[in-house]
Design a protein around this ligand. Structure first.
Ligand code: ZN
Ligand code: ZN
Ligand code: ZN
Length: 270
């Protein structure tokens, strides 16, 4: 999987900020809005006991969240195809790139299935009402998507996707677990019922906004504590603000924990 963006909602550098991180020459201090692209393994061959439908087997590239920077991310990382989109929640930095899906519709000549919880589905219908309004003029094209509500674990291509309910301030949102990998962005607390879903996670991408506490995101100390409790072999912190410089922060993080950066590629066993 490729981390397409690891920045908080403002992005880094921030507009009109002259701090050391916003002016840093280190490319790892340039952070687009948070999302991840997952390249799924080949579907199981005959002999594997799990039935995989022809449609599901074709799913190879999955995007988590259509960030405000999706166009730039697709160009930078050469994304030419999307088979499915998973949504963590409907905050602007995670959904505003949805209009860019028009381009994938044109390339692929098909609608793209999206998966989210009920609240995000309702928010998407409202925020992007033009997509669902039959009177919208079709001149420039509109995104063609199919909104699916997540009711529990489901199969996508060769893998099982396990939604992991987490708290983002007072709002319940979704993290995702695929095999030994878990992606928990915009997380300020992990509810008791979700801990068992994280058993055996070996590679973790976890929210850590900044050093100081925040109402809707883990701070670095909170993220380190949660990572230790989950027990992953490697943890990459994401949704990072301009208060954390890459090199200086990584130098003081405990073993097995580091800041993620845009373009980081993780190989994960299913
Ligand atoms: Zn966010
Ligand atoms: Zn700054
Ligand atoms: Zn958010």
């Amino acid at each position: 999987m490729t981390l397409l963006g690891t920045g908080t909602s403002y992005g880094v550098p921030m507009i009109g900020c002259d701090c050391d991180v916003c002016r840093s020459a280190d490319p790892r201090d340039r952070r687009l809005r948070t999302s991840v692209l997952i390249d799924l393994p080949e579907p199981p061959r005959s002999g594997d006991s799990r039935p995989v439908s022809a449609v599901a087997a074709a799913v190879r590239r999955v995007l988590i969240d259509t960030s405000s920077d999706l166009r730039a991310q697709a160009l930078t990382f050469g994304i030419r195809r999307l088979d499915a989109i998973l949504y963590t929640h409907s905050h602007a930095d995670h959904v505003l790139g949805l209009d860019e899906v028009r381009r994938f519709n044109r390339l692929q000549k098909e609608a793209i299935p999206c998966y989210s919880d009920a609240r995000t589905r309702a928010d998407l219908r409202r925020t992007f009402s033009y997509i669902f309004d039959e009177d919208t003029p079709k001149g420039g094209g509109i995104p063609k998507i199919v909104l699916n509500e997540i009711a529990g674990p489901f199969s996508l291509g060769a893998v099982d996707v396990v939604p992991v309910p987490i708290m983002h301030g007072s709002r319940p949102i979704l993290g995702f677990r695929i095999g030994s990998f878990a992606y928990l962005t915009d997380c300020s607390a992990i509810p008791d019922a979700s801990w068992p879903l994280l058993n055996g996670v070996r590679t973790l991408v976890l929210d850590a906004l900044r050093e100081r506490p925040h109402t809707t995101h883990f701070s670095v100390p909170e993220a380190i504590k949660a990572a230790a409790q989950i027990g992953a072999e490697r943890t990459y912190l994401t949704h990072i603000s301009h208060e954390l410089g890459h090199a200086e922060t990584c130098a003081r993080l405990p073993r097995g924990v580091e800041l993620a950066y845009d373009g980081l590629v993780l190989d994960v066993e299913n």
